[in-house]
Design a protein around this ligand. Structure first.
Ligand SMILES: Nc1nc2c(ncn2[C@@H]2O[C@H](COP(=O)(O)OP(=O)(O)OP(=O)(O)O)[C@@H](O)[C@H]2O)c(=O)[nH]1
Length: 459
């Protein structure tokens, strides 16, 4: 499948033409939001970091960025966000550079967006609009596409309701579609509403199927290891390296939108399922988080969560804070050192001083948090990581020993399906001796089945 699945992608605010759009990226800085102290502590991004990230986002949909600027906003204007002087400057730049799309890395109200479009005489997208646009191009599975389309419609609905009220008044409330007295906006809103309902139904169906698959998988004893992290942290690269899969790993933001699952056997035979998920990003609009909640269920139910971080990014700390916030929304306790493991990735990019610095801080993590320093690219550090995962999982399973006489061999397929067979000894009398790792559930099931297999002995 190609990366640009524009036929099936939901229709976004930008026309999907072959020509690359010339774009300007503007980062408004509302002075009261970013105190110098917060930036210095690495909790808030610096203005330049925000600009670099916004450009990265814009590049994710192949825009040709011909202008970039951080714009100080001392007082947010309800009509245009920026003050009139700034808007004039932007307008000059748009004309001079023949800019076809202006990206404002900040939420814009529908009114602000429309006014800016009028003043600048070009298309304007805010951060949410841009992220939706990227998501629309990246979603590959049916569920992913439906989720994005739904988020898009909800976004449009918000704009429609508020921004069209004045049009409604201009038209004197006369309706040309629908029943008597119905206004254009009501009919548009209703159409959107119908579409949303239809999509929700479709999505529900797709999810039911997936839940069934998951329920089936849950019966199997394979624990799920979920990779999470800020967009571009290297999750897919790590996933590919570990599982030998060929998931799209590119310097593209949100290259992975749909969860990808793959089963592998660790070195002592423990089978686990690795799950690669959508990358997180700061200021992810809430309805997008909600849209992806179902996808993130894999993460919520995972045995171990690997938080992958790009430690070569100067913004690594603020990114980690963003990811932890989203994990907290998903009710994942990042303070639980047994459950969440930090993967400090891209160490191949660091010089000796950088590495030494990281090693020191890895050793002094609060709450006994485990850190693995790795390079998903070169494979460095992966062996200890996998050994750690295996140790954690083995530590959680119960081990049982079974003596199965030859008259009870019908039990064997069930055991292979529902437990991890650690050792098997074929006995001379035709029976077998097994050492198994079982989950609590499998142990209970086994005890219940005991009546049918009275000759099986369990220790
Ligand atoms: N030098 C170096 N580059 C890496 C490493 N891991 C990943 N990369 C690069 O970082 C970029 C992003 O990697 P991905 O694996 O696509 O990142 P991701 O976290 O899956 O990204 P999203 O899909 O946006 O969430 C790619 O260009 C990778 O080649 C690493 O250990 N070292």
């Amino acid at each position: 499948m190609t990366d640009h699945d524009s036929d099936s992608a939901p229709r976004g605010p930008i026309e999907h033409s072959q020509a690359v759009t010339r774009a300007g990226v503007f980062v408004p800085v509302l002075r009261q939001r970013n105190s110098a102290a917060e930036v210095a502590e690495g909790v808030k991004r610096s203005d330049e970091d925000r600009l670099i990230e916004a450009e990265g986002l814009a590049a994710a949909i192949d825009l040709d960025i011909v202008a970039r600027a951080v714009i100080t906003v001392s007082k947010a204007q309800p009509a245009t966000l920026f003050g009139s002087g700034k808007v004039e400057e932007m307008k000059a730049l748009v004309e001079e550079q023949k800019i076809g799309l202006v990206i404002v890395d900040h939420p814009l109200t529908p009114v602000q967006q429309r006014n800016l479009e009028k003043e600048l005489n070009t298309k304007v997208l805010d951060r949410t609009g841009l992220i939706l646009e990227i998501f629309g191009r990246r979603a590959r599975t049916k569920e992913g596409r439906l989720q994005v389309e739904l988020a898009h419609l909800n976004y449009q609905r918000g704009r429609l309701v508020r921004s069209w009220t004045h049009l409604e008044r201009q038209r004197g409330g006369a309706g040309f579609l629908g029943g008597p007295g119905e206004t254009q906006i009501e009919s548009d809103r209703r159409q959107l509403q119908d579409k949303i309902k239809k999509l929700e139904k479709e999505l529900e169906q797709v999810r039911r199927t997936r839940t069934l698959h998951r329920a089936k998988r849950k019966k199997a004893p394979h624990p799920v290891i979920a990779l999470v992290g800020y967009t571009n942290a290297g999750k897919s690269t790590l996933f590919n390296k570990i599982t030998g899969a060929d998931v799209l790993a590119k310097d593209l933001l949100f290259a992975t939108l749909d969860p990808t699952l793959r089963r592998i056997a660790l070195s002592h035979g423990t089978e686990v399922i690795f799950s690669d998920t959508v990358g997180f990003i700061s200021d992810l609009p809430t309805h997008l988080v909600a849209a992806f909640r179902a996808t993130l269920e894999e993460v919520m139910e995972a045995e171990i969560v690997l938080h992958v971080r790009d430690m070569s990014d100067p913004d690594a700390r603020a990114q980690a804070a963003d990811v932890e916030k989203i994990l907290a929304d998903l009710e994942i306790d990042t303070g639980d050192a047994e459950h969440v493991v930090e993967i400090w990735n891209k160490i191949d990019r660091l010089d000796e001083t950088g590495r030494a610095h990281l090693e020191a801080s890895a050793a002094s993590q609060p709450g006994g948090r485990t850190v693995h320093m790795v390079s998903a690219l070169t494979g460095e550090g992966l062996e200890p990581l996998l050994a750690d995962i295996e140790r954690r999982i083995a530590g959680r399973a119960d081990q049982v020993e079974l003596d199965i006489p030859s008259d009870s061999m019908q039990l064997l397929p069930w055991l292979y399906e529902n437990s991890i067979v650690r050792e098997r000894e074929d006995l001379e009398d035709g029976g077998v001796h097994l050492v198994l790792d079982v989950t609590q559930q499998a142990r209970t099931d086994l005890q219940r089945m005991g009546a049918r297999y009275p000759n099986v002995r369990m220790d």
